[in-house]
Design a protein around this ligand. Structure first.
Ligand code: FES
Ligand code: FES
Length: 873
C-alpha cells in the first residue's frame, strides 16, 4: 500500500489567490481578510505554477503549460477534502483560494529515496512531478503494474526513465524505502527534492523577460526589423532576409514581464512579402516547385541536419544529392538485377519510410544572459555543448575567453537538439547587452515542438540479396531524407557500414521543403538506416526460411555483435517465437530482432583536473550532464582510483569560463570514452604525487591531464565541435515481443531485450538507464511519434504534447539490458559510448515483431493503429 501522505515543513502554504493577484506577499495577510478583495480575482489569469516559481519554488517545473506532461504537479488540500495532485500550470490561482498547496520541496515521502535508489530519474526535469503524484496517492492504491500505469498516466518522461520509476514506486509502496537508500547517481538527490536548478529555473533579480518573434508563414522575404517596435529589440535574421519555414526566428524582444513581451511579440510589425512555398516532399521534387533555398547565398545558408560537415553535393531545385557510398557498386546493381529477373527467393525488396520525430526535451531551449557589466558576460543556458558554446560565443562577440562564463549545472534533456549556439542564446545575450540588465528567454512547448529541430523523415527503396548459404551477395539502397529546410539528412552510409563487406551501393538525397529544419537526433540517421536495412534482412530471412538471428550471424563479421547473437538465440522469448503469421486470433503475439552498428567517437581535446580543494577530492572539466550520468562517471573514476566512496568526490562541471579544462560535447556518444580514462589518469597522477589519500597538507595540489591516444590509430577524421572518429564499431541487438490487437490496430510492446556491445561499462546503473531510455524513444518512433505539418499554411500541427504523442508509463515494456564488455582493449578505459548505438535498432525490432505476429510487414513509421487495421483488413 502507498504510505500516507505527509506534509513537511517549509513550502506547505495557505494563501489567498485574490491577494496574490494583487501582487503582494501572501504571508503578511490572514486569509479571511483577502476574501473581501474579490475584485482582484478578475485580474488576468495567473496560474498557480507561475506564482510558485516566481516565489522561488522552482522544484515545480514547467514542461508544457497545457496540462499534458505532469511536470508541474503539486498537492492541493482543501479543508475537509482529501489531498489531490493537480497540474499547477492550468490552475488559476483564484481556484487555489484557501487551499494548502504542497510542492516537492516540502514533501516527505519514501518515493524520493526510492527514485534515487532505483534510478527513476535521468535528466530529472520530470522527476518532481512523479514525486508529487505518488505522494498524493491514496493509501489503498493497488501496486500492480497496471494500476500504477493508470495512477501515473498523467506524467511523462522524455528520457524514458520509466523502468526505474516503476521499480521505485513499487518499492516505496511496499514500504521498502522509508530510509534513504544507497546513492549511485551523484545528482539524484537534488533532482528528487526539486533543489536542482536548471537554466529555466534562473530568475535574475531585476531581469527582463524576452521572447522570440517568429515567422507566421512558411516562406517570405523579410523587411528590416523595426527596432523601435518595442523597448528592446534585436534582429536575429541578419543579412539573408528571407524565412523558409513557419516558426523561423526573426527577432527577439524584451519587456519587464513575460506577458508584456508576449503582447509586444504578437503585435510586432513584421514586414513580410510572402513567397510560394512547398511542404510535401513529392511536390517539392516536381518541376517548377518553389525553391526553398534559391541561389548560391540561400543554399549556403541552409541549416545542417547532422553534426558532421555536409558532404559536397549537387543541387537540382529542392533536391540535393545523391550522396553515394559504393563498395563494388556496379557489381551490386548487376547482381540485384539478375536476381530480380530470375525471381530469386533470396532477394528482399522493400519500400519503407519513417516519420519526422521531434526531440521533445522537457527542459526547453532557454538562456539567461547577464551582460550588464560590459567587461563580463555571464549566462546560463540549456546546452549539451557547454565548452563549444563558450568558445563560439567568445569568438562571435569578440570576448576574451575569461570574460565569458557559461553555466549549465543541470540540463533537462537534449538528445541532439542542443548541440550548438541557438537563437535563444543570441537573443538573450544581445538584449542584455542592449538593456544592461539580465535577460531571461525560455521557449514554450509550442516553440520547442516547432522550431528546435527534428529527426528527418525518410523514404527508402532497398534491395538485399542473400545467397543459398546465407551469404551477403549484394545490397542497393536509394534513399530520400526529409529534413525540412535542412540539408545533410544522409543515412545511406550507415546502412553500408553495417554487416560484412559485400557489393553495396547506397545513394541518398535531401528533399528540401518549407518546414522546420532537422538537427542531429540521437544516432543521427541510424534508426532510419536500420528501419530499411533490418526490415530487409528480416524479409530475406523469411523468404529463405532462415532464423533471422542465424541469418544475421552469417551476414555479420563484427565479433561483438556475433557474441550478442549468441546471447539473443538463448533467450526464452526468442526460442518460443511463433511461426510468422500462424496466429489467426484477435490478439497476436510476435517476436522480432534487429541489429545496430555505430561509430566510436571521442573528443581528443578533453582535459580533466583532479585536485584537493577545501580538503576534498575534486574533479573538474567544462562539460555538462544532460541526464546521461556524466557526473557519476567522473565521480566513479576518482573514487575507484582513491578507493573512496563516490560521495567523497566533489564533481565540478556545468561551467565553462576559460579556466576550466576543455570538456566534451555530449553528442555522438563521445562523453564517457573521453572523460573516463582521462579522469582515471589524472587521479592516478595526483595519487602518486601525494602518496595515498589526501590530507589537509595536500590542499591545492592537482593533476591536469589530456585524453590519451588510443593504442590503435584513430581514423583522423576530425569533425566540427572537436569530435574524432576512432577505430572500431560498437554494436547492439534488440529483441522485442509485441501483442497486436487486430481489431483496433493497437500494438503493445510487451518485453524488450537489449544487448549492447560497447566494452567496459563504467557506471552500470546510468548505462542501463540510457539503454532503457533508448528503447522507450525507439518505441515512440515505431508506434507514435510523427510531426504533422498543415500543407496549406506550413504551420506545425503537432505543437503540443497531446497532438505529438510520446510514450508514457503505460507504453513501457519489461526491459532487460545485457552488456557485452569485451573487444575494446585498444581504447583507454576499455569502453566506448552507448547513447546512440542503443537507440538505433529498437524501432526496427518492433516492426519485425509485428511481422512475426501478423504476417504483415509494416513499412512506414509510425505504425499507427489505422495503418495496422487497414493492412490487416
Ligand atoms: Fe503542467 Fe505540463 S507543465 S502539465
Ligand atoms: Fe524524465 Fe528527463 S528524467 S524527462
Amino acid at each position: 500500500t502507498v504510505p500516507p501522505y505527509r506534509h513537511g515543513a517549509g513550502a506547505a502554504v495557505a494563501f489567498s489567490a485574490a491577494f496574490l493577484c494583487a501582487g503582494q506577499p501572501f504571508a503578511a495577510q490572514p486569509i479571511q481578510q483577502h476574501r473581501r478583495r474579490r475584485y482582484a480575482i478578475n485580474a488576468p489569469a495567473t496560474m498557480l505554477l507561475d506564482w510558485l516559481r516566481s516565489e522561488g519554488l522552482t522544484g515545480t517545473k514547467e514542461g508544457c503549460a497545457e496540462g499534458d506532461c505532469g511536470a508541474c504537479t503539486v498537492a492541493v488540500r482543501r479543508h475537509g477534502k482529501p489531498v489531490a495532485a493537480l497540474n499547477a500550470c492550468i490552475m488559476p490561482i483564484a481556484l487555489a483560494h484557501g487551499a494548502h498547496v504542497t510542492t516537492v520541496e516540502a514533501v516527505e515521502h519514501p518515493i524520493k529515496d526510492a527514485l534515487v535508489e532505483h534510478h527513476g530519474s535521468q535528466c530529472g526535469f520530470c522527476t518532481p512531478g512523479f514525486v508529487m503524484v505518488v505522494a498524493a496517492l491514496p493509501a489503498d492504491t493497488p501496486t500492480d503494474r497496471c494500476s500504477l500505469e493508470d495512477a501515473l498516466a498523467g506524467n511523462l518522461c522524455r528520457c524514458g526513465a520509466y523502468e526505474g520509476i516503476y521499480a521505485a514506486v513499487g518499492a516505496a509502496c511496499r514500504g521498502e524505502h522509508d530510509e534513504p537508500g544507497a546513492m549511485a547517481r551523484v545528482d539524484a538527490e537534488v533532482k528528487v527534492t526539486g533543489a536542482a536548478v536548471y537554466t529555466a529555473d534562473v530568475f535574475p533579480a531585476g531581469g527582463l523577460h524576452a521572447v522570440i518573434v517568429r515567422s507566421p508563414i512558411a516562406a517570405a522575404d523579410v523587411g528590416p526589423t523595426p527596432m523601435d517596435a518595442a523597448p528592446w529589440v534585436v534582429d536575429l535574421l541578419g543579412d539573408h532576409r528571407s524565412v523558409v519555414y513557419a516558426g523561423q526566428p526573426i527577432a527577439a524582444i524584451a519587456a519587464y514581464s513575460l506577458a508584456e513581451a508576449r503582447r509586444l511579440a504578437a503585435d510586432f510589425p513584421l514586414e513580410l512579402t510572402p513567397r510560394p512555398f512547398v511542404t510535401d516532399p513529392e511536390a517539392a521534387k516536381a518541376d517548377g516547385a518553389p525553391e526553398v533555398h534559391a541561389g548560391k547565398a540561400g543554399r549556403k545558408a541552409a541549416p545542417n541536419a547532422a553534426e558532421g560537415a555536409a558532404f559536397p553535393a549537387r543541387w537540382s531545385g529542392n533536391v540535393r544529392g545523391p550522396i553515394s557510398v559504393r563498395f563494388r557498386g556496379i557489381t551490386a546493381n548487376r547482381r540485384i538485377e539478375k536476381a530480380r529477373s530470375n525471381g530469386d527467393v533470396g532477394l528482399a525488396e522493400l519500400e519503407v519510410g519513417t516519420g519526422v520525430q521531434l526531440h521533445t526535451s522537457f527542459e526547453p531551449h532557454c538562456t539567461v544572459a547577464d551582460w550588464s557589466d560590459p567587461e563580463k558576460l555571464v549566462m546560463w543556458t540549456s546546452t549539451q555543448a557547454l565548452n563549444h558554446v563558450h568558445e563560439e560565443l567568445a569568438e562571435h562577440y569578440g570576448l576574451d575567453p575569461n570574460a565569458i562564463e557559461v553555466h549549465a549545472d543541470f540540463v533537462g534533456g537534449g538528445f541532439g537538439a542542443k548541440l550548438g549556439v541557438t537563437p535563444d542564446m543570441h537573443g538573450a545575450i544581445q538584449l542584455s547587452r542592449m538593456s544592461r540588465r539580465p535577460v531571461r528567454l525560455v521557449l514554450d512547448r509550442r516553440e520547442e515542438l516547432t522550431a528546435t529541430g527534428n529527426r528527418p523523415g525518410s523514404s527508402s527503396e532497398i534491395s538485399l540479396l542473400v545467397g543459398d548459404d546465407g551469404s551477403f551477395e549484394a545490397m542497393v539502397m536509394e534513399g530520400e531524407a526529409y529534413g525540412g529546410s535542412a540539408i545533410n539528412g544522409a543515412y545511406g552510409m550507415l546502412a553500408a557500414l553495417t554487416y560484412r563487406r559485400a557489393p553495396k551501393l547506397t545513394r541518398d538525397r535531401d528533399i528540401l521543403t518549407n518546414t522546420p529544419p532537422g538537427t542531429p537526433f540521437r544516432g543521427p540517421g541510424g534508426p532510419t538506416a536500420a528501419w530499411a536495412l533490418e526490415s530487409a534482412v528480416d524479409q530475406a530471412a523469411h523468404q529463405t526460411g532462415r532464423d533471422p538471428i542465424e541469418l544475421r550471424r552469417t551476414l555479420d563479421r563484427n565479433p561483438k555483435r556475433l557474441a550478442l547473437y549468441d546471447w539473443a538465440l538463448g533467450l526464452d522469448v526468442w526460442r518460443s517465437r511463433p511461426t510468422t503469421g500462424a496466429d489467426t486470433g484477435r490478439f497476436r503475439r510476435g517476436v522480432g530482432v534487429a541489429a545496430a552498428n555505430w561509430v566510436y567517437n571521442l573528443d581528443p581535446a578533453t582535459e580533466i583536473e583532479v585536485a584537493v580543494r577545501d580538503g576534498r577530492l575534486t574533479v573538474s572539466t567544462a562539460t555538462q550532464d544532460m541526464g546521461t550520468g556524466s557526473k557519476t562517471v567522473l565521480a566513479n573514476a576518482v573514487a575507484e582510483v582513491f578507493e573512496v566512496d563516490q560521495g567523497d568526490v566533489v564533481v565540478r562541471m556545468g561551467l565553462a569560463d576559460g579556466e576550466r579544462p576543455h570538456g566534451p560535447v555530449s553528442g555522438g556518444s563521445r562523453t564517457t570514452p573521453s572523460i573516463w580514462s582521462t579522469t582515471v589518469e589524472a587521479a592516478e597522477k595526483l595519487k602518486a604525487e601525494i602518496g595515498g589519500s589526501p590530507t589537509s597538507e595536500h590542499e591545492g595540489m592537482h593533476a591536469r591531464v589530456k585524453r590519451a591516444k588510443d593504442s590503435r590509430r584513430a581514423l583522423r577524421l576530425t569533425l566540427p565541435t572537436s569530435i574524432e572518429v576512432g577505430r572500431g564499431f560498437s554494436g547492439a541487438v534488440h529483441v522485442s515481443e509485441v501483442e497486436v490487437d487486430t481489431l483496433t490496430g493497437k500494438v503493445r510492446v510487451l518485453t524488450v531485450f537489449g544487448g549492447i556491445a560497447v566494452g567496459r561499462i563504467h557506471s552500470l546503473p546510468t548505462a542501463r538507464n540510457q539503454c532503457e531510455g533508448s528503447i522507450i524513444q525507439g518505441i515512440g518512433l515505431a508506434l507514435y511519434e510523427q510531426q504533422v505539418i498543415d500543407p496549406h499554411t506550413g504551420l506545425t500541427l503537432t505543437s503540443n504534447l497531446e497532438d505529438y504523442r510520446i510514450p508514457q508509463l503505460g507504453d513501457t515494456p519489461e526491459i532487460t539490458i545485457h552488456f557485452h564488455e569485451e573487444g575494446w582493449d585498444h581504447v583507454p578505459g576499455g569502453g566506448v559510448g552507448l547513447g546512440e548505438v542503443a537507440t538505433i535498432s529498437p524501432a526496427a525490432s518492433v516492426g519485425n515483431a509485428i511481422f512475426n505476429a501478423t504476417g504483415w510487414r509494416p513499412t512506414h513509421l509510425p505504425i499507427r493503429p489505422d495503418r495496422v487495421v487497414e493492412a490487416l483488413r
